[in-house]
Design a protein around this ligand. Structure first.
Ligand SMILES: [Zn+2]
Length: 460
């Protein structure tokens, strides 16, 4: 299952890469057009892809996008000084792909006070028993040089210690136990080095292997049935507002067999809230019954609760003639960059209630900060990946609709990272049947919680 999990991530990454390349191709074509409208589209697209590349630390794409932003921006008489400065920095440095996972920690000061970049910091994501094997999963691949293994065997004292020093950091506490083993300790040994000590009263036929992001340690002990339950240590002191879309007079989308979006999203949201509470988060819901709430009230509520995250849950739908074609799960974040698709979805979700947004778009564009957009984008990626990896483990043909930025009014005004999840197409016969199914809803709620944990483990 872990291997599957990893392949899902790789798959998702490939999907994103494909979309970006296509988007950039489109933008390049639009840039050549004489229509101002097309040039504007190009400008927006470059910015959208740039933001994503920035999040992913993909310098090559960043550079390409910056070139696009500067060229299109100048054609449109937009002030692109900021971008052109960034571009000149890229031109000085040789372009190569570097993934920096933790910007703050990967920079350190030299004696002269200049910032230098260290190599990327790997983080431990999870520890699980897989049968009798202990599996440590990291957020980037391990090489032989990243793991230093040795053992201290004291026969007379009946003390056998097996020690792994791993080039990585830890973002949460893991309690690892096994009936046959005296003690298993895992902790930050020194900066950048994680130490795992397995202590036994008898000699273990221990061996291990590296499998991309995984360190698999075969201990030769009995199978462990129950998975390890680790409460994420970051859950403490974090507040999450869950926003089930629509409600009351606003049914949202009406789908297959007249299933209502407002009901499906409330059912999933309630289960999601329960799981997060069990994980130790403080959770509020904008509505927990079938009542109407304006879009503006929803984010205002999250702001009042000083939430760390705002997650809006919706379901998608298409007109009758396309119901069998459109399906899949999508996650959106608020962004001024648009794609046609994001705009269509946003128009649908925005339609019911636009009160309180009379100021038009200008106000919200000004209110958006780059930092919040990047955090929301990261959250969207983690949630989408959390959903896909879990749902695909349980159901076949779960479609990745992708992560996109768009002008969603319900996210406007949220002072914290915020996303809107379209849990699927309620108009699609098969997906609708799943969406009203309790077991599917439960898995979906768990997968959303996985996404939240994934986000906080990287952004504590
Ligand atoms: Zn909706």
């Amino acid at each position: 299952m872990l291997r599957f999990f990893v392949s899902v991530i790789v798959f998702a990454a490939l999907c994103f890469a494909g979309t970006d390349a296509e988007l950039l191709k489109h933008a390049d074509a639009n840039l050549k057009s004489s229509s101002k409208n097309d040039q504007f589209k190009a400008y927006d697209t470059y910015k959208q892809v740039y933001l994503k590349a920035l999040v992913e630390g993909n310098d090559k794409v960043c550079k390409r996008c910056l070139q696009g932003i500067v060229t299109s921006g100048r054609m449109l008489h937009i002030d692109v000084d900021k971008y052109s400065k960034k571009l000149s920095k890229y031109k000085q440095a040789p372009s190569k792909k570097t993934v920096v996972h933790r910007k703050k920690k990967s920079r350190t000061k030299t004696a002269s006070g200049k910032n230098i970049k260290l190599s990327s910091q790997r983080a431990l994501e999870s520890v699980q028993w897989n049968g009798g094997d202990l599996v440590l999963a990291f957020d980037s691949p391990l090489k032989a040089k990243d793991v230093n293994y040795f053992s201290i065997q004291e026969k007379k004292k009946r003390r056998f210690r097996y020690i792994f020093d791993i080039h990585s950091i830890q973002t949460k506490n893991h309690t690892i136990k096994h009936r046959e083993i005296k003690r298993i300790k895992l902790g930050q040994y020194k900066s950048g080095t994680l130490r795992l000590v397995i202590e036994s009263t008898k000699k273990l036929p221990l061996h291990f292997k590296l499998d991309n992001e995984l360190l698999v340690i075969m201990l030769g002990v009995k199978r462990v049935k129950a998975p390890l339950a680790n409460k994420p240590m970051h859950a403490k002191n974090k507040t999450i507002v869950i926003d089930p879309g629509h409600g009351g007079k606003d049914a949202g989308a009406v789908g297959y067999k007249r299933y209502f979006e407002k009901n499906v999203v409330l059912q999933i949201a309630k289960k999601f809230a329960e799981i997060l509470k069990k994980d130790g988060y403080k959770v509020y819901m904008t509505r927990s019954s079938d009542k109407f709430i304006s879009l503006r009230q929803r984010t205002a509520f999250a702001n009042r609760k000083k939430a760390d995250l705002f997650i809006s849950i919706h379901a998608n739908a298409v007109p009758k003639k396309n119901t069998k074609k459109a399906h899949g799960i999508e996650t959106y974040f608020l962004s001024t960059a648009r794609s046609g698709r994001a705009e269509r979805i946003a128009a649908k979700e925005n339609a019911v209630d636009m009160r309180g947004f009379k100021g038009g778009q200008k106000g919200y564009l000004e209110g958006m900060t780059n930092r919040k957009t990047i955090a929301s984008h990261k959250l969207a990626i983690d949630i989408q990946q959390g959903i896909l990896s879990k749902m695909r483990a349980h159901y076949s043909d779960v479609k990745d609709g992708g992560v996109r930025g768009g002008p969603f009014w319900v996210l406007v005004g949220a002072q914290m990272p915020s996303v809107l999840v379209e849990v699927g197409f309620i108009s699609h016969p098969k997906e609708a049947r799943r969406l009203v199914n309790r077991r599917y809803q439960k898995y979906f709620a768990q997968s959303l919680a996985d996404g939240v944990n994934r986000y906080f483990s990287k952004n504590p």
